[in-house]
Design a protein around this ligand. Structure first.
Ligand SMILES: Nc1c(N[C@@H]2O[C@H](COP(=O)(O)O)[C@@H](O)[C@H]2O)[nH]c(=O)[nH]c1=O
Length: 142
């Protein structure tokens, strides 16, 4: 699903999220243009209820409220049971915080699911986000 995000999602990374009910995909989301749904919120918006479902996401859900609300919080609030994450988000405001938030809320979070395959596609886009670059520089040099 994440390939569908390009090119409209840029400079945000193209992220995909599927919601699964007993091995059946019930929603597919991908990053919408900046300021609109992230992949998780896009998938959740397709369902009346997502309670008890399992999520597969290509990037760690965001812990923070940037241009859009926190996706980790949205997964918690919607009663998602398990979240499979391919890659940790290198964004300095995330970097494991999204994972921690979901685990503290009782979600079974698995990290590194299909990581190598996802990294081959998404890594190039994680580097081109100018806000990420500048934040990273600020953090490293402060
Ligand atoms: N595209 C994407 C994420 N991207 C993360 O969110 C940051 C942008 O946040 P915002 O300013 O709110 O648009 C971006 O730099 C990256 O760290 N996160 C996610 O949970 N799901 C998504 O689909």
């Amino acid at each position: 699903a994440s390939r569908l995000a390009l090119p409209h999602c840029l400079p945000n990374p193209p992220v995909g999220c599927v919601l699964v009910d007993h091995d059946t995909i019930v929603a597919r989301g991908y990053t919408q243009p900046p300021g609109h749904f992230h992949a998780e919120a896009h998938a959740l918006s397709q369902l009346a209820t997502a309670h008890g479902l399992e999520a597969f996401v290509t990037l760690e859900p965001c812990s923070f409220h940037g241009r859009t609300p926190s996706c980790a919080q949205a997964l918690i609030d919607n009663g998602i049971r398990r979240v499979n994450v391919a890659m940790i988000d290198p964004h300095p405001l995330n970097q494991g915080r999204g994972i921690d938030m979901m685990r503290r809320a009782g979600i079974d979070v698995r990290v590194g699911v299909e990581q190598a395959m996802v990294a081959r596609f998404i890594s190039q886009h994680l580097d081109i986000d100018p806000r990420y670059q500048s934040l990273k520089c600020c953090q490293e040099f402060s």
